[in-house]
Ligand binder design. Structure first.
Ligand SMILES: Nc1ncnc2c1ncn2[C@@H]1O[C@H](COP(=O)(O)OP(=O)(O)OP(=O)(O)O)[C@@H](O)[C@H]1O
Ligand SMILES: [Mg+2]
Length: 170
C-alpha cells in the first residue's frame, strides 16, 4: 500500500496507541524488496507483530526464532509472534517465550492461514484470554483454514473451533 506504508502507517499506529488501543500488525511478502525500510518507522508503535517466519527472516536477516524476536523487539515491537506453518507458532515478549505446537490436520491449501491465525489470536485477546490460550486458539483457526480450498472455506464458527480444540485434546 504505497500511500500508507512507512511514516503514514506509523502515524496511524501512534494515534491508536495514544487512544489506549492495542496495535497489531502482519506483513505480506514484500515484492518491492524494501522490507525493513518500510516497516522500521511502524514497529516502534506495534504492540503485537505477527509475521510468518519467512517474512520475519527477510526483515531481520536472522534465521533463528529467538534471534529474530530479539531484533524485532530491539526495533520497538512489544510482543513478537512468528507463524511457523505446520509447526504452530512462537511468541516472545520481555519475560515470556512460548512455543505452541500446531494441531494435526489434513492440510489441503495453505491460502489464508496467516490471516485466519491473526483473527483467532485477536479473538482470544479480545476475550481477555492470556497469550498461551489465545495462541492455541489461533493455531486452531489456522489449522482449520488449511483443511479447505481458499482463504475461508475451512474456517469454522467460534463454537465449532472450540469443539475442534476439545476433540484434538482428548
Ligand atoms: N499444515 C498445517 N497444519 C496445521 N496448522 C497449520 C498448517 N499450516 C498453517 N497452520 C496454522 O496456521 C498458522 C499460519 O500459517 P502460516 O505459518 O503458513 O502463515 P503465513 O505464512 O502467514 O500464511 P499466509 O500465506 O496465509 O500469509 C500457523 O501458525 C499454524 O497455526
Ligand atoms: Mg502471512
Amino acid at each position: 500500500m504505497p500511500t500508507l506504508d512507512g511514516e503514514p502507517m506509523a502515524r496511524v499506529m501512534a494515534k491508536a496507541q495514544s487512544l489506549g488501543k492495542l496495535t497489531c500488525l502482519d506483513t505480506v511478502w514484500d515484492a518491492t524488496g524494501k522490507w525493513m525500510e518500510t516497516l522500521l518507522p511502524v514497529l516502534t508503535y506495534t504492540d503485537i507483530f505477527m509475521p510468518s517466519l519467512s517474512e520475519a527472516q527477510k526483515l531481520t536477516g536472522q534465521t533463528d526464532e529467538g534471534a529474530i524476536a530479539n531484533e524485532l523487539m530491539r526495533c520497538g515491537v512489544k510482543t513478537v509472534v512468528l507463524k511457523l506453518g505446520d509447526r504452530g507458532c512462537y511468541f516472545k515478549a520481555p519475560g515470556m517465550e512460548i512455543r505452541v505446537p500446531a494441531f494435526s490436520v489434513n492440510a489441503i491449501d495453505g491460502t489464508g492461514s496467516g490471516d485466519a491465525f491473526d483473527a483467532g489470536l485477536l479473538c482470544g485477546l479480545a476475550k481477555g484470554w492470556d497469550m498461551a490460550t489465545s495462541a492455541r486458539f489461533a493455531n486452531a483457526v489456522g489449522a482449520l483454514c488449511v483443511t479447505g480450498i481458499g482463504a475461508t472455506a475451512g474456517v469454522r464458527s467460534f463454537s465449532e473451533t472450540e469443539a475442534f480444540i476439545r476433540a484434538q485434546s482428548a
